[in-house]
Design a protein around this ligand. Sequence first.
Ligand SMILES: NC(=O)c1ccc[n+]([C@@H]2O[C@H](COP(=O)([O-])OP(=O)(O)OC[C@H]3O[C@@H](n4cnc5c(N)ncnc54)[C@H](O)[C@@H]3O)[C@@H](O)[C@H]2O)c1
Length: 237
Amino acid sequence: MSAPDFSVSGKHVLISGGAGGIGTAFARAFRSAGAHVTIADIKPPATDEGFAFRPLDVRSDEAVKAIAAGTKRLDVLIHCAGRLLRHEEHKPEVFMDVVDIHLGGNMRLASAFRPHLATTKGCIINIGSMYSYFGASMIPGYAAAKTAVVGLTKSLALAYVEDGIRVNAIAPGWIRTEISRIGRENPPFNDKVLARLPTHRWSEPEELAGTAVFLASPAAALINGATIPVDGGYVAA
Ligand SMILES: NC(=O)c1ccc[n+]([C@@H]2O[C@H](COP(=O)([O-])OP(=O)(O)OC[C@H]3O[C@@H](n4cnc5c(N)ncnc54)[C@H](O)[C@@H]3O)[C@@H](O)[C@H]2O)c1
């Protein structure tokens, strides 16, 4: 039997929210594995690391369609754009906005790039959360969207299989990035998270990247519709 094929060399990868902590870690990992990476984000990267950059607001149908129209080839689509607004998300308009970024953006990108991915027999990687499994009283929009990402991932996997496209998601645990900073800097919240976490520490974005590269590789050909917790055992605890 030949060795499993974990290669993503030569693949074209687009990462929404690619200027953020997790998106940047994914971009570096795919590039070091030989892939061509484009990051798309509402804001430019803080440091220019030489990745192709496309400005994009994932809430805009037109902007998403335009970026798809300007893309010749795509093998891997990763939806990493995200935002949360502690306490604010009980306002319906804020709730809808947060859901639109995480869930609407996911559907817009998947739909716009389906033809590209059908051509390459590519894959989609969505981003869930621990709040794909648990409620969150202060961020109901974020938690609702992340729970729905699990369902959307299954549904798109079933719909796109006829095109040879796989759709999976990663549910990150507690990762040291900007989106989690307010929680990390809130001692009662921070203590509660660390007490339950078997690793008792926040993780680095790089610790998720191997799972993303694996999911995009031929070795993951049988994985479809799955959401994989990469969480240091938090869900199991
Ligand atoms: N950090 C964690 O602990 C954690 C845990 C679980 C899930 N996640 C998820 O991982 C993903 C990446 O988050 P991160 O931790 O890298 O946070 P981050 O704040 O570092 O990055 C989020 C990125 O999304 C971009 N963004 C926000 N709104 C956008 C829009 N409308 N259009 C395009 N881009 C937009 C931001 O500019 C930013 O670069 C998010 O979906 C987040 O919910 C993070």
